[in-house]
Design a protein around this ligand. Structure first.
Ligand SMILES: Nc1nc2c(ncn2[C@@H]2O[C@H](COP(=O)(O)OP(=O)(O)O)[C@@H](O)[C@H]2O)c(=O)[nH]1
Ligand SMILES: Nc1ncnc2c1ncn2[C@@H]1O[C@H](COP(=O)(O)OP(=O)(O)O)[C@@H](O)[C@H]1O
Length: 219
């Protein structure tokens, strides 16, 4: 699905799809923003959703906020790479920007749930890196949902009651990060990205690079 770009060391490699999932409130959005600020070559996949915009959210930055009818058209036209129902709303990943970014040699960051992660993995397993974020405790999770001050008590209760179900998918992920201290969790997520970028299978330019090195040694 991907073609190549160049890594920091100049060797061509395929772009990767970096997925962060977690129960709501564990810190995916915070960690995603930190990654985007500090990691050049990483582009956020902006999802489409039928849920209402929260205070502080921006159309096209946080989500594309669409009607149910528009979302269904996107599904019918094959415009979504994956989609799922979460908390009674529809969420999906527009296909075109992801394919464009990967073709331009960029890595793409996804904040999607376990259902979307399974779909992406079925489509492009070797290019998908799956990271699951856990909160340090249920009490911390609830505190964070309240501190975000963006959802009603009713919505927070719903999110807390879904957390256990979402967490039950943790073993389908390649890496698990416990977000106790945000600086530490960020360092761990960043290390995963850096290491995955160096994986041999993605670095399609290595064969040529090593041949050229061998040529130099023999010459
Ligand atoms: N499958 C899928 N899940 C998504 C997508 N976009 C967001 N989600 C997930 O939907 C859930 C709810 O997201 P949101 O309403 O923004 O609340 P949040 O949990 O506080 O981030 C989260 O688990 C997101 O990871 C998407 O495009 N596809
Ligand atoms: N390690 C942490 N310690 C304390 N608060 C945190 C930590 N990580 C995130 N938060 C806060 O918790 C709330 C939920 O985080 P957010 O990134 O929106 O979660 P998610 O995207 O997983 O729903 C936000 O107010 C955020 O600032």
């Amino acid at each position: 699905m991907t073609t190549g770009g160049h890594g920091a060391d100049g060797v061509e490699r395929r772009g990767l799809m970096f997925v962060l999932s977690s129960p709501s409130g564990a810190g995916k959005t915070t960690l995603s923003r930190m990654l985007l600020e500090r990691e050049p070559g990483l582009k956020m996949s902006v999802s489409a959703t039928t849920r209402a915009m929260r205070p502080g959210e921006v159309e096209g930055r946080d989500y594309f906020f669409v009607s149910k009818g528009r979302f269904e058209t996107m599904v019918e036209q094959g415009e979504l790479l994956e989609w799922a129902t979460v908390f009674d709303n529809l969420y999906g990943t527009p296909r075109a920007p992801v394919e464009a970014a990967l073709s331009a040699g960029q890595d793409v960051l996804f904040d999607i749930d376990w259902q979307g992660t399974q779909q992406l993995h079925q489509k492009a397993s070797v290019d998908v890196v799956r990271v699951f974020i856990l909160p340090p405790s249920a009490a911390d999770l609830e505190k964070r949902l309240h501190s975000r001050a963006q959802d009603s008590d009713e919505v927070i209760r719903k999110r807390m009651s879904r957390a256990s179900h979402e967490m039950s998918h943790w073993a389908e992920y390649d890496y698990i990060v416990i977000n106790h201290d945000v600086g530490q969790a960020f360092a761990e997520v960043q290390s995963i990205l850096k290491a995955e970028r160096l994986k041999r299978e993605r670095r399609i330019g290595l064969v040529g690079f090593v041949r050229s090195l061998q040529g130099q040694l023999q010459g």
